[in-house]
Write a protein that binds this ligand. Structure first.
Ligand code: FMN
Length: 332
């Protein structure tokens, strides 16, 4: 039988399309025998908003899910585990093996079309069958998702969202970290291949010195609160992702779950974007847990969804920039 080569770099090229907090792309990839490893890039952490690196490992989980989906297209089944050694930072291992029974997962087709869409949504409900499809988009041990579409639920969530946003925008260190990852012009965003290009946030291109002035003098806790109230009013629903345990294994699984949710939403023509503030601010997260009776769960991502036009797509660094070893082709 003819042996078939595995194009690992191609698989990784889908991994890098994954979402990540502030588009830091905190990943490095290596290729080891029949495995792709995803290492955390600890030079790209977000110490203020993500002090325990949970969002970092969620992002690595998103990248792993993309690789699993891409592998399904070339007849490989993949299994994700985490490294056991305590001598180095925990990394993800994706083992890939030929599987004659595997069929391409249809979510693969939406990897390049998915985006975080941060504009204002239309006042339009999501039909029940599509809500059900979102709820059924993943099945991962220890991870659950609650959806909220009723105005009474919005009344519970809105004050927590605003409180989280207020805490963050009153914290100079948070704003400084955020602005560091802003890319105020297309040329800067494209050249660096990372960060938050302002056009993806609904802001115009501008020279970075003007952008810094705008952020410093015109964006405040009050202006953000006002903006959020408007966005929440136009949202069709929220999805809250909850981990049973607050550890790396569950963060990675939650990332995989969120990625499948995002791709399913994309398939259904539903926009989504993060409203994570109540999950990111520890005291507000505690309130969220008690108001929604989530104990002993850990709510780690809050996502709004609805209908809207697409926005410009964010940039990525190339596979070359994130691959730390190159390997001869493996034949299977
Ligand atoms: C764990 C995680 C946390 C994120 N947190 C936020 C957030 O708080 N606010 C936000 O607007 N986007 C957030 N994002 C979305 C990223 O900013 C986005 O994925 C990145 O800019 C790349 O853009 P894309 O998703 O359109 O490809 C988050 C993404 C991940 C994976």
């Amino acid at each position: 039988m003819m042996k078939k080569s595995i194009d690992y770099e191609k698989l990784i090229s889908y991994g890098v399309r994954a979402p990540s907090g502030h588009n830091t792309q905190p990943w490095l990839f290596s290729i080891e025998s029949d495995e792709i490893h995803i290492h955390p890039d600890l030079t790209r952490t977000l110490p203020v908003v993500d002090g325990d690196n949970h969002a970092l490992y969620i992002s690595l989980g998103c990248a792993a899910e993309n690789i699993i989906l891409a592998a399904s297209k070339v007849g490989l089944s993949g299994d994700v585990s985490i490294s056991e050694s305590h001598d180095e930072a925990t990394y993800l291992k994706i083992s890939l093996s030929p599987d004659v029974a595997i069929e391409k997962d249809e979510l693969f087709d939406f990897i390049n079309r998915r985006q975080s869409t941060r504009n204002e949504y239309l006042q339009k409900q999501v039909p029940t069958e599509d809500l059900d499809a979102l709820k059924e988009s993943f099945e991962l041990d220890g991870i659950s998702m609650l959806t909220f579409t009723e105005s009474k639920d919005f009344d519970t969530l809105q004050p927590l969202i605003i409180e989280g946003s207020n805490n963050q925008f009153k914290n100079n260190r948070f704003v400084e970290e955020l602005v560091n990852w802003f890319r105020f012009s297309k040329s800067e965003a494209e050249e660096r291949g990372d960060g938050l290009w302002t056009q993806c946030m609904g802001l115009p291109n501008m020279p970075s010195f003007i952008g810094n002035i705008v952020m410093k003098y015109f964006v405040s806790a009050n202006s953000e609160a006002k903006r959020w109230k408007k966005l929440i009013g136009a949202t069709a629903g929220f999805a809250l992702f909850i981990a049973e345990k607050h550890d790396i294994l569950h963060w990675v699984r939650l990332g995989r779950a969120f990625q499948r949710f995002g791709l399913t939403a994309t398939k259904l023509g539903i926009s989504h974007a993060h409203v994570n503030m109540p999950c990111e601010e520890p005291e507000v997260r505690q309130k969220l847990i008690s108001e929604l009776n989530l104990d002993p769960g850990f709510p780690l991502l809050l996502i709004r969804f609805g209908y809207s036009e697409k926005m410009p797509f964010s940039f990525r660094r190339s596979v070359n920039e994130v691959l730390i070893n190159r390997k001869q082709e493996t034949y299977v």
